[in-house]
Design a protein around this ligand. Structure first.
Ligand SMILES: CC(C)(COP(=O)(O)OP(=O)(O)OC[C@H]1O[C@@H](n2cnc3c(N)ncnc32)[C@H](O)[C@@H]1OP(=O)(O)O)[C@@H](O)C(=O)NCCC(=O)NCCS
Length: 151
């Protein structure tokens, strides 16, 4: 894919149907079903400039084929904000063409432009396809995740 064909930009209200379809694919990938109320609230926060949640999309000739949802937040080890890449997804038929790499590259540039101290994310240990890509951007560290759920 030529870089001219793929535009990375902030999500717009008109992207909702495409984003929702990709979001559903992402949830299926993680074998999870989120209540529609959660999806609605996530989308609302994406569009809300006062929310810490942001979303960039990959627009290929007018078709939204991938997204990255991020949370920009304060951190105790930094004076600047940091950016957590929470969700990354590319439509199955559009994979292997560098779309996810373009989304990551955009975020890396935004980190420099916005002055975020770091951009970070996690993935499943066995997500080989994602990790092959991620290894080109950074090295995985040895932290493990602990979670306590309310229910
Ligand atoms: C991980 C994911 C975001 C990568 O998206 P992508 O746009 O295909 O990524 P890229 O094209 O930038 O890079 C993917 C790598 O796989 C290779 N690849 C080749 N053919 C491929 C194919 N048919 N499908 C996927 N990847 C392929 C790419 O060449 C590239 O590796 P390389 O550059 O070292 O050769 C996408 O596979 C996806 O959405 N997976 C399901 C959800 C997921 O795992 N999200 C990340 C978890 S946090």
């Amino acid at each position: 894919m030529t870089s001219a064909a793929c535009i990375i930009r902030a999500a717009l209200p008109s992207d909702e149907p495409a984003w929702r379809e990709l979001w559903q694919g992402y949830c299926e990938f993680y074998e999870t079903r989120l209540p529609d109320q959660v999806t609605r609230r996530t989308w609302q926060r994406i569009l809300d400039p006062d929310s810490q949640i942001m979303c960039i999309v990959a627009d290929v000739e007018g078709r939204v084929l991938g997204f990255a949802n991020c949370v920009v937040h304060e951190a105790t080890w930094e004076t600047q904000a940091v950016c957590y890449l929470e969700d990354l997804y590319v439509a199955q038929a559009a994979r292997g063409q560098g779309i996810a790499a373009a989304l990551l590259e955009w975020l890396r540039n935004a980190m420099r432009a916005e002055g975020w101290a770091r951009l970070y994310w996690m993935t499943r240990r066995d997500n080989a396809q994602a990790r092959r890509l991620y290894d080109r951007f950074a090295s995985a560290d040895d932290f493990v995740r602990y979670v306590i759920r309310q229910k």
